[in-house]
Ligand binder design. Structure first.
Ligand code: DQA
Length: 160
């Protein structure tokens, strides 16, 4: 299976950016850890392949979500601050037929009130927040388990 890991605004600054909130690991280190886990989870011919993308631009993130075609099985997404503002990213997630897991290093619910609103949380299969870089690993494990057991990790219907 192939999973696209999509990282939004300012996540390229990890390691230097407010490490007391986001941790000391760089984005490259987080991605290396995910690639290692992908290799561990690869089971014979049943490979877990990961692709990685980061952008600070909302439009580029929308383009990347739209570009997830038949060769991608699921998405791991941390939109950064666009979580709280982007109708366009929300609409892109609704437009594609793929399960997505949203990850946040910090716990937005425990932070400033403007971070409490998410435009993404109700259009993804699930969210993992507040566990630092471990959240990405848990998201990967969940998506691989779901894919292999055909347990439902599905894109929810558009909320009414
Ligand atoms: C974040 C939380 C967002 O509120 C913030 O704007 C980020 C990072 C997180 O991973 O904790 O850029 O998505």
């Amino acid at each position: 299976m192939r999973i696209d890991v999509i990282q939004g605004a300012n996540l390229n600054m990890l390691g230097r950016r407010e490490p007391e909130i986001y941790g000391a690991q760089t984005l490259e280190e987080i991605h290396r850890g995910l690639a290692d886990l992908g290799r561990q989870l690869s089971d014979g011919g049943d490979l877990v392949e990961l692709t990685f993308f980061q952008s600070n631009s909302e439009g580029a993130l929308v383009d990347r979500v739209q570009a997830c075609g038949a060769d991608v099985d699921a998405i791991i997404l941390n939109p950064g601050a666009y979580t709280h503002t982007s109708v366009a990213l929300r609409d892109a997630l609704l437009a594609i037929e793929l399960p997505a897991v949203e990850v946040h290093l910090s716990n937005p619910a425990a932070r400033e009130s403007f971070r409490h609103r998410s435009l993404i949380a109700d259009v993804v299969a699930g969210s993992i927040v507040g566990l630092g870089a471990i959240g990405y690993q848990l998201a990967l494990q969940a998506l691989v388990t779901a894919h292999r057991t055909r347990l439902a990790v599905e894109r929810p219907a558009a909320p009414g």
